[in-house]
Design a binder for this molecule. Structure first.
Ligand code: ZN
Length: 363
Protein backbone atom coordinates (compact mmCIF):
# COMPACT_ATOMS: atom_id res chain seq x y z
CA UNK A 1 0.00 0.00 0.00
CA UNK A 2 1.30 3.42 -0.95
CA UNK A 3 0.51 6.90 0.28
CA UNK A 4 1.31 10.31 -1.12
CA UNK A 5 2.24 13.31 0.97
CA UNK A 6 2.10 16.83 -0.47
CA UNK A 7 3.69 19.84 1.18
CA UNK A 8 2.25 23.10 -0.05
CA UNK A 9 4.68 25.89 0.70
CA UNK A 10 4.91 29.57 -0.14
CA UNK A 11 7.86 28.89 -2.45
CA UNK A 12 7.64 25.23 -3.52
CA UNK A 13 5.16 22.38 -3.72
CA UNK A 14 6.77 19.05 -2.84
CA UNK A 15 5.23 15.60 -3.15
CA UNK A 16 6.50 12.13 -2.29
CA UNK A 17 5.30 8.52 -2.16
CA UNK A 18 5.83 6.48 1.01
CA UNK A 19 5.59 2.69 1.33
CA UNK A 20 4.19 0.64 4.23
CA UNK A 21 7.26 1.42 6.35
CA UNK A 22 6.81 5.18 5.77
CA UNK A 23 9.98 5.28 3.68
CA UNK A 24 9.98 7.87 0.89
CA UNK A 25 10.44 5.95 -2.35
CA UNK A 26 9.99 8.82 -4.79
CA UNK A 27 9.70 12.59 -4.59
CA UNK A 28 9.39 15.67 -6.78
CA UNK A 29 8.84 19.40 -6.39
CA UNK A 30 7.81 22.44 -8.43
CA UNK A 31 7.65 26.17 -7.71
CA UNK A 32 4.35 27.26 -6.13
CA UNK A 33 3.80 30.50 -8.00
CA UNK A 34 1.89 31.90 -5.04
CA UNK A 35 0.52 34.87 -7.01
CA UNK A 36 -1.66 32.58 -9.19
CA UNK A 37 -5.32 31.68 -8.54
CA UNK A 38 -6.00 28.86 -6.06
CA UNK A 39 -7.45 26.57 -8.78
CA UNK A 40 -4.19 26.67 -10.78
CA UNK A 41 -2.10 25.81 -7.71
CA UNK A 42 -4.48 22.94 -6.88
CA UNK A 43 -4.22 21.62 -10.46
CA UNK A 44 -0.41 21.66 -10.17
CA UNK A 45 -0.62 19.67 -6.92
CA UNK A 46 -2.70 17.00 -8.66
CA UNK A 47 -0.29 16.97 -11.60
CA UNK A 48 2.61 16.43 -9.20
CA UNK A 49 0.80 13.37 -7.76
CA UNK A 50 0.45 11.92 -11.25
CA UNK A 51 4.15 12.66 -11.92
CA UNK A 52 5.49 10.75 -8.89
CA UNK A 53 3.12 7.83 -9.62
CA UNK A 54 4.27 7.68 -13.22
CA UNK A 55 7.90 7.71 -12.15
CA UNK A 56 7.41 4.66 -9.91
CA UNK A 57 4.97 2.94 -12.31
CA UNK A 58 2.19 3.04 -9.72
CA UNK A 59 -1.45 3.59 -10.69
CA UNK A 60 -3.31 6.34 -8.80
CA UNK A 61 -5.78 3.66 -7.64
CA UNK A 62 -2.97 1.91 -5.73
CA UNK A 63 -2.61 5.04 -3.57
CA UNK A 64 -4.50 4.50 -0.32
CA UNK A 65 -4.46 8.12 0.80
CA UNK A 66 -3.13 11.51 -0.14
CA UNK A 67 -2.16 13.80 2.72
CA UNK A 68 -1.91 17.52 2.05
CA UNK A 69 -0.03 19.86 4.39
CA UNK A 70 -0.99 23.51 3.96
CA UNK A 71 0.15 26.68 5.69
CA UNK A 72 -2.48 28.70 7.51
CA UNK A 73 -5.79 27.51 8.96
CA UNK A 74 -6.77 24.07 7.67
CA UNK A 75 -10.22 22.65 8.37
CA UNK A 76 -9.36 18.94 8.33
CA UNK A 77 -12.89 17.45 8.66
CA UNK A 78 -14.21 19.63 5.80
CA UNK A 79 -11.05 19.35 3.70
CA UNK A 80 -10.89 23.10 3.18
CA UNK A 81 -8.19 25.72 3.61
CA UNK A 82 -9.96 28.45 5.57
CA UNK A 83 -7.24 31.06 5.33
CA UNK A 84 -3.57 31.39 4.45
CA UNK A 85 -1.60 34.66 4.63
CA UNK A 86 0.87 33.95 1.83
CA UNK A 87 -1.35 31.91 -0.52
CA UNK A 88 -4.63 32.85 -2.28
CA UNK A 89 -6.73 30.27 -0.35
CA UNK A 90 -9.94 31.62 1.23
CA UNK A 91 -12.41 28.86 2.29
CA UNK A 92 -11.07 26.76 -0.59
CA UNK A 93 -12.16 23.07 -0.80
CA UNK A 94 -8.62 21.90 -1.66
CA UNK A 95 -9.11 18.18 -0.82
CA UNK A 96 -12.18 17.87 -3.08
CA UNK A 97 -10.57 19.79 -5.98
CA UNK A 98 -7.48 17.53 -5.94
CA UNK A 99 -9.60 14.36 -5.62
CA UNK A 100 -11.84 15.41 -8.54
CA UNK A 101 -8.80 16.22 -10.68
CA UNK A 102 -7.32 12.75 -10.01
CA UNK A 103 -10.69 10.98 -10.34
CA UNK A 104 -10.64 9.45 -6.83
CA UNK A 105 -13.17 9.70 -3.95
CA UNK A 106 -12.84 12.93 -1.97
CA UNK A 107 -12.43 11.10 1.37
CA UNK A 108 -9.10 9.68 0.19
CA UNK A 109 -7.53 13.15 0.27
CA UNK A 110 -6.83 14.45 3.78
CA UNK A 111 -5.74 17.91 4.71
CA UNK A 112 -3.90 19.35 7.72
CA UNK A 113 -1.98 22.38 8.86
CA UNK A 114 1.67 21.96 7.81
CA UNK A 115 3.17 22.19 11.31
CA UNK A 116 0.62 19.65 12.60
CA UNK A 117 1.40 17.41 9.62
CA UNK A 118 5.14 17.71 10.34
CA UNK A 119 4.56 16.81 14.00
CA UNK A 120 2.49 13.81 12.93
CA UNK A 121 5.20 12.77 10.46
CA UNK A 122 7.87 12.87 13.17
CA UNK A 123 5.59 10.94 15.55
CA UNK A 124 4.87 8.22 13.00
CA UNK A 125 8.20 7.85 11.22
CA UNK A 126 10.73 10.34 12.60
CA UNK A 127 12.35 11.63 15.76
CA UNK A 128 9.32 10.99 18.00
CA UNK A 129 8.62 7.47 16.66
CA UNK A 130 7.43 5.13 19.39
CA UNK A 131 6.21 7.89 21.71
CA UNK A 132 2.59 8.76 22.42
CA UNK A 133 3.12 12.45 23.23
CA UNK A 134 5.44 14.88 21.49
CA UNK A 135 5.82 18.50 20.43
CA UNK A 136 7.34 19.58 17.13
CA UNK A 137 8.79 23.07 16.80
CA UNK A 138 9.32 24.43 13.29
CA UNK A 139 11.76 27.27 12.80
CA UNK A 140 11.53 29.23 9.57
CA UNK A 141 9.89 32.44 8.48
CA UNK A 142 7.93 32.03 11.70
CA UNK A 143 7.95 29.75 14.73
CA UNK A 144 5.32 27.05 14.32
CA UNK A 145 4.47 23.91 16.16
CA UNK A 146 2.43 20.75 16.34
CA UNK A 147 1.36 18.95 19.51
CA UNK A 148 0.70 15.20 19.65
CA UNK A 149 -1.14 13.91 22.73
CA UNK A 150 -2.13 10.25 23.10
CA UNK A 151 -1.23 9.60 19.46
CA UNK A 152 -3.56 12.35 18.26
CA UNK A 153 -2.88 15.81 16.88
CA UNK A 154 -4.11 18.41 19.36
CA UNK A 155 -6.21 20.66 17.13
CA UNK A 156 -7.67 23.10 19.64
CA UNK A 157 -9.98 26.07 19.19
CA UNK A 158 -9.88 27.36 15.58
CA UNK A 159 -7.16 24.73 14.91
CA UNK A 160 -4.73 27.02 16.73
CA UNK A 161 -3.49 24.68 19.49
CA UNK A 162 -0.07 24.30 17.88
CA UNK A 163 0.50 28.02 17.28
CA UNK A 164 3.16 28.12 19.98
CA UNK A 165 5.11 30.85 18.17
CA UNK A 166 2.56 33.39 19.31
CA UNK A 167 2.90 32.71 23.01
CA UNK A 168 3.92 36.04 24.55
CA UNK A 169 7.32 35.62 26.22
CA UNK A 170 8.03 39.32 26.83
CA UNK A 171 5.40 41.81 27.87
CA UNK A 172 5.36 44.87 25.55
CA UNK A 173 8.28 43.32 23.66
CA UNK A 174 9.16 43.29 19.96
CA UNK A 175 6.33 43.69 17.44
CA UNK A 176 5.16 40.41 15.89
CA UNK A 177 3.71 39.82 12.41
CA UNK A 178 0.38 38.94 14.06
CA UNK A 179 0.07 42.45 15.48
CA UNK A 180 0.79 41.62 19.11
CA UNK A 181 3.95 42.44 21.00
CA UNK A 182 6.51 40.08 22.54
CA UNK A 183 5.56 36.82 20.77
CA UNK A 184 8.19 34.04 20.76
CA UNK A 185 8.18 34.27 16.96
CA UNK A 186 9.27 37.92 17.15
CA UNK A 187 12.55 36.73 18.76
CA UNK A 188 13.36 33.25 17.48
CA UNK A 189 12.17 32.98 13.87
CA UNK A 190 14.71 33.14 11.05
CA UNK A 191 13.20 36.49 10.04
CA UNK A 192 13.61 37.92 13.55
CA UNK A 193 17.17 36.59 13.93
CA UNK A 194 18.23 38.12 10.60
CA UNK A 195 16.63 41.45 11.52
CA UNK A 196 18.31 41.49 14.96
CA UNK A 197 21.73 40.66 13.46
CA UNK A 198 21.34 43.44 10.91
CA UNK A 199 20.34 45.89 13.64
CA UNK A 200 23.41 45.01 15.73
CA UNK A 201 25.68 45.39 12.69
CA UNK A 202 24.25 48.83 11.95
CA UNK A 203 24.84 49.77 15.58
CA UNK A 204 28.50 48.73 15.36
CA UNK A 205 28.95 50.56 12.06
CA UNK A 206 27.76 53.80 13.68
CA UNK A 207 30.46 53.55 16.32
CA UNK A 208 33.00 53.79 13.49
CA UNK A 209 36.66 52.86 13.81
CA UNK A 210 37.42 50.08 16.33
CA UNK A 211 39.45 51.37 19.29
CA UNK A 212 42.15 48.70 18.81
CA UNK A 213 42.97 50.24 15.42
CA UNK A 214 43.37 53.68 17.04
CA UNK A 215 45.78 52.18 19.58
CA UNK A 216 47.80 50.47 16.83
CA UNK A 217 48.02 53.74 14.86
CA UNK A 218 49.11 55.59 18.01
CA UNK A 219 51.81 53.06 18.93
CA UNK A 220 53.11 52.85 15.35
CA UNK A 221 53.24 56.64 15.06
CA UNK A 222 55.10 57.15 18.36
CA UNK A 223 57.59 54.32 17.90
CA UNK A 224 58.24 55.00 14.22
CA UNK A 225 59.19 58.54 15.29
CA UNK A 226 61.22 57.35 18.32
CA UNK A 227 63.27 54.83 16.34
CA UNK A 228 63.93 56.91 13.24
CA UNK A 229 64.04 60.53 14.42
CA UNK A 230 65.46 60.52 17.96
CA UNK A 231 69.01 59.98 19.18
CA UNK A 232 68.00 57.03 21.41
CA UNK A 233 66.27 55.44 18.42
CA UNK A 234 69.43 55.65 16.33
CA UNK A 235 71.46 54.20 19.25
CA UNK A 236 69.13 51.16 19.16
CA UNK A 237 70.10 50.50 15.54
CA UNK A 238 73.75 51.14 16.32
CA UNK A 239 73.82 48.65 19.22
CA UNK A 240 71.98 46.11 17.07
CA UNK A 241 74.38 46.54 14.18
CA UNK A 242 77.68 46.48 16.10
CA UNK A 243 77.66 46.69 19.87
CA UNK A 244 81.43 46.93 20.30
CA UNK A 245 81.84 49.79 17.84
CA UNK A 246 78.97 51.64 19.51
CA UNK A 247 80.58 51.26 22.95
CA UNK A 248 83.95 52.44 21.60
CA UNK A 249 82.31 55.54 20.13
CA UNK A 250 81.38 56.59 23.66
CA UNK A 251 77.74 55.57 23.95
CA UNK A 252 76.62 53.91 27.19
CA UNK A 253 75.16 50.72 25.72
CA UNK A 254 73.70 49.68 29.10
CA UNK A 255 71.38 52.67 28.95
CA UNK A 256 70.34 51.72 25.40
CA UNK A 257 69.56 48.16 26.56
CA UNK A 258 67.63 49.51 29.54
CA UNK A 259 65.59 51.74 27.23
CA UNK A 260 64.89 48.82 24.86
CA UNK A 261 63.81 46.36 27.55
CA UNK A 262 61.59 48.78 29.50
CA UNK A 263 59.83 49.72 26.26
CA UNK A 264 59.39 46.05 25.39
CA UNK A 265 57.78 45.47 28.77
CA UNK A 266 55.52 48.48 28.31
CA UNK A 267 54.40 47.38 24.81
CA UNK A 268 53.81 43.78 25.93
CA UNK A 269 51.62 45.08 28.77
CA UNK A 270 49.70 47.33 26.35
CA UNK A 271 49.16 44.39 23.98
CA UNK A 272 47.89 42.35 26.91
CA UNK A 273 45.41 45.04 27.95
CA UNK A 274 44.13 45.41 24.37
CA UNK A 275 43.75 41.63 23.95
CA UNK A 276 41.76 41.32 27.18
CA UNK A 277 39.65 44.36 26.23
CA UNK A 278 38.70 42.64 22.96
CA UNK A 279 37.90 39.31 24.65
CA UNK A 280 35.92 41.15 27.38
CA UNK A 281 37.23 38.59 29.88
CA UNK A 282 40.61 37.80 31.43
CA UNK A 283 42.65 34.58 31.65
CA UNK A 284 46.33 34.32 32.63
CA UNK A 285 46.99 32.06 29.61
CA UNK A 286 45.49 34.31 26.88
CA UNK A 287 48.92 35.45 25.71
CA UNK A 288 50.29 31.92 25.31
CA UNK A 289 51.69 31.04 21.89
CA UNK A 290 51.58 34.65 20.71
CA UNK A 291 55.39 34.80 20.74
CA UNK A 292 55.60 32.80 17.52
CA UNK A 293 53.31 35.31 15.77
CA UNK A 294 55.28 38.23 17.20
CA UNK A 295 58.67 36.85 16.12
CA UNK A 296 57.33 35.96 12.67
CA UNK A 297 55.86 39.46 12.26
CA UNK A 298 59.27 41.01 13.01
CA UNK A 299 61.15 38.76 10.58
CA UNK A 300 58.60 39.15 7.78
CA UNK A 301 58.63 42.90 8.43
CA UNK A 302 62.34 43.04 7.63
CA UNK A 303 63.98 42.84 11.07
CA UNK A 304 67.12 40.73 11.15
CA UNK A 305 68.40 38.16 13.63
CA UNK A 306 71.78 39.92 13.34
CA UNK A 307 70.21 43.19 14.46
CA UNK A 308 70.55 46.72 13.20
CA UNK A 309 67.80 46.74 10.58
CA UNK A 310 64.01 46.72 10.47
CA UNK A 311 61.32 49.38 10.83
CA UNK A 312 58.13 49.74 12.84
CA UNK A 313 55.86 50.08 9.74
CA UNK A 314 57.57 46.97 8.31
CA UNK A 315 56.70 44.98 11.42
CA UNK A 316 53.07 46.13 11.14
CA UNK A 317 52.98 44.81 7.55
CA UNK A 318 54.42 41.53 8.91
CA UNK A 319 51.78 41.45 11.66
CA UNK A 320 48.96 42.09 9.16
CA UNK A 321 50.30 39.25 6.99
CA UNK A 322 50.43 36.91 10.00
CA UNK A 323 46.89 38.01 10.91
CA UNK A 324 45.68 37.18 7.39
CA UNK A 325 47.39 33.77 7.55
CA UNK A 326 45.88 33.06 10.99
CA UNK A 327 42.36 34.15 10.10
CA UNK A 328 42.48 32.46 6.70
CA UNK A 329 43.50 29.13 8.22
CA UNK A 330 40.81 29.42 10.91
CA UNK A 331 38.11 30.15 8.31
CA UNK A 332 39.28 27.20 6.22
CA UNK A 333 38.98 25.04 9.34
CA UNK A 334 42.59 23.86 9.30
CA UNK A 335 43.64 21.80 12.34
CA UNK A 336 45.22 23.80 15.21
CA UNK A 337 48.40 21.72 15.17
CA UNK A 338 48.79 22.05 11.43
CA UNK A 339 48.31 25.83 11.76
CA UNK A 340 51.43 25.88 13.96
CA UNK A 341 53.35 23.93 11.30
CA UNK A 342 52.38 26.48 8.63
CA UNK A 343 53.35 29.41 10.90
CA UNK A 344 56.65 27.68 11.67
CA UNK A 345 57.33 27.28 7.94
CA UNK A 346 56.56 30.99 7.34
CA UNK A 347 59.01 31.94 10.13
CA UNK A 348 61.62 29.52 8.77
CA UNK A 349 61.28 31.01 5.28
CA UNK A 350 61.70 34.54 6.70
CA UNK A 351 64.82 33.51 8.66
CA UNK A 352 66.34 31.74 5.64
CA UNK A 353 65.71 34.87 3.56
CA UNK A 354 67.36 36.95 6.30
CA UNK A 355 70.44 34.73 6.43
CA UNK A 356 70.76 34.54 2.65
CA UNK A 357 70.49 38.31 2.16
CA UNK A 358 73.06 38.89 4.92
CA UNK A 359 75.42 36.49 3.16
CA UNK A 360 75.02 38.36 -0.12
CA UNK A 361 75.63 41.71 1.61
CA UNK A 362 78.88 40.60 3.22
CA UNK A 363 80.23 39.27 -0.05
ZN1 ZN B 1 2.56 36.87 17.25
Amino acid sequence: MYRIGIDLGGTNIAAGIVNDNFEIICKASIPTGADRPATEIAADMAALCREVCLEKGISINEIANIGVATPGIANSPAGTVEYSCNLPFRKFPLAKVIADDLGIPAERVKLANDANAAAWGEAVAGAAKGTTDSIMVTLGTGVGGGIIINNKILVGFNSAAGEIGHIVIEQDGALCGCGRRGCWEAYSSATALTAMTREKMEELKLKGIPSALIWVALVVGIYAYLTSKTRMGRYLYAVGGNEKATKLSGIDTRKVYFFAYTNMGFLAALAGILTIARMASAQPTYGDSYEMDAISSCFIGGASAYGGIGTVPGVIIGAVLMGVINLGMSIMGIDQNFQKVVKGLVLLAAVIFDVMSKKNDSR
